[in-house]
Design a protein around this ligand. Structure first.
Ligand SMILES: Nc1ncnc2c1ncn2[C@@H]1O[C@H](COP(=O)(O)OP(=O)(O)OP(=O)(O)O)[C@@H](O)[C@H]1O
Ligand SMILES: [Mg+2]
Length: 445
């Protein structure tokens, strides 16, 4: 059985509370009555009701005071002020101070019913809104990763779930596919979001320094170690450590890293004590770690440790539907005035196979925006020698489905997603186009 909603009625007029309580019960509410402000507060604290009906003029404590005290520890419960004829100003003031509505006395039954329902409905909406907003905010962080691609969307979903755990994530993908962006999104959606995200780019650190970089060193540990220095693991304590290009880590360091991941403690170079560290590891590589393991260049045990949740980001040429979306995004990012994209511009972008993936696209668009003298980007804004001489098909492993998808998206872009005209360009009936779009997961949203 559905539980009754409870109304706490605080009013010093006993004959009024008796009558109104009776009416409220008749409407299906459970009612608690208090004939003094202080007593009302007590009752509120004992068992918070679903709504408060509150009088302003009371001998012991003014309703305004009661309102303030209730709001001090509960800003959710709807509060309706009951006010005597001629004192509406006070009621209005109460609404400014946190009440939701007011009713003039004596209460007309239907007005009362209506006001109660309205207040509770509004509160429910407000709560719903707040919940949706915080969900949106969370989404927004993964929302930095733009995509229309089905496979990518599934990946984002997986990453969202992975984010909530402490499991190691290994992000693989060609250069420029957005691996670091993914790592950051995982961190920012994880319970560790308020702690540091520390990135280490393995190949950029000289071999002799990488151990001290990761684990820190004590003063005098080696020539040049003039002061003690914490390593990245210590800096990332409580947060996430992003090990970029992990495939480049030398074999002996792989063993040390593995030990840290197993023991959750580090030893600084030249140090003697162990330091506990609480770090979630996210790693990335554009190499095939499985191959490196097979060739004996990467430790299998470390690979398993890092690869608890594998996320492989597909190259841009396998998700051509993302090209217009990303191009538009980068135009907005770099243009300082509203700038349109001409279908010819997109056509050039769609033709290319993007070995440098999203990063390369970003660079091309940025260049076009910076050099363009008008507010529309045309085919002329593409550096021809750079792009058009490398047709998509030269990418090598293009499957028939990819080529078809590509042709369809290209036609749709040219016609601003007018399906009849796109079908005409492709020389197929419109229903076939629609069928193939569905089959290939192409949609314009
Ligand atoms: N889906 C996406 N939506 C929006 N921006 C993206 C997306 N993917 C990548 N980017 C942008 O592209 C650029 C390259 O991304 P990132 O540095 O994460 O790639 P990477 O895979 O780490 O590259 P590399 O292998 O070269 O280190 C960044 O500016 C990033 O913000
Ligand atoms: Mg990177």
């Amino acid at each position: 059985m559905k539980q009754k909603l409870t109304i706490l009625f605080i009013d010093d007029d006993e004959s009024l509370t008796t009558v109104v309580a009776h009416q409220l019960k008749g409407m299906g509410y459970a009612v608690e009555v208090a004939n003094r402000g202080a007593a009302g507060l007590e009752k509120f604290k004992e068992s918070p009701p679903d709504l408060v009906l509150l009088d302003l003029q009371m001998p012991d404590m003014h309703g305004m005071e009661v309102l303030k005290k209730i709001r001090a520890f509960n800003d959710e419960v709807p509060i309706i002020i009951g006010t005597a004829y001629g004192t509406v100003d006070n009621a209005v003031e109460a609404c400014q101070k946190g009440a939701d509505d007011y009713l003039t006395k004596p209460f007309a039954k239907e007005q009362l019913r209506f006001a109660l329902e309205k207040a509770m409905r509004l509160k429910k909406l407000e709560r719903e809104n707040i919940r949706l907003q915080s969900e949106l905010q969370d989404k927004y962080k993964f929302g930095h990763i733009l995509t229309k691609n089905k496979e990518m969307k599934a990946l984002l979903e997986l990453a969202g779930r992975a984010a909530r755990s402490d499991a190691a994530v290994l992000i693989t993908g060609e250069s420029g596919t957005g691996k670091e962006l993914m790592a950051k999104a995982i961190h920012h959606n994880s319970p560790r979001r308020d702690k540091p995200f520390i990135a280490v780019n393995c190949p950029s650190i000289p071999e002799t320094l990488i151990e001290s970089e990761l684990f820190g060193h004590e003063k005098g540990a080696f020539t040049g170690a003039v002061a003690a220095k914490p390593g990245k693991f210590e800096l990332a304590d409580g947060g996430s450590l992003f090990l970029d290009e992990i495939g480049d880590l030398k074999f002996d360091l792989q063993a040390k890293l593995l030990r840290v991941l197993q023991e959750h403690e580090i030893e600084r170079v030249g140090g003697t004590k162990t330091i506990p560290v609480d770090v979630r590891v996210l790693a990335a590589t554009n190499q095939n770690l499985g191959d490196l393991v097979a060739n004996g260049q990467f430790r299998q045990d470390l690979f398993y440790r890092l690869n608890v949740i594998p996320i492989t980001i597909p190259p841009l040429r396998q998700r051509p539907e993302d090209i217009p979306l990303l191009a538009e995004h980068f135009v907005k990012k770099y243009a300082d005035k509203p700038t349109r994209i001409d279908p010819e511009f997109l056509k050039e972008l769609m033709r290319y196979n993007w070995p440098g993936n999203v990063r390369e696209l970003e660079n091309i668009v940025q260049r076009a925006v910076v050099l363009s003298t008008s507010d529309v980007l045309t085919g002329d804004d593409i550096p021809g020698e750079q792009l058009s001489h490398k047709p998509h098909a030269e990418g090598g492993n293009v499957t028939l489905a990819e080529a078809e998808k590509h042709a369809i998206i290209d036609a749709l872009n040219q016609t601003k997603w007018n399906q009849s005209r796109a079908a005409a360009i492709l020389n197929i009936p419109r229903h076939v186009l629609i069928y193939r779009m569905k089959k290939l997961g192409i949609h314009n949203d």
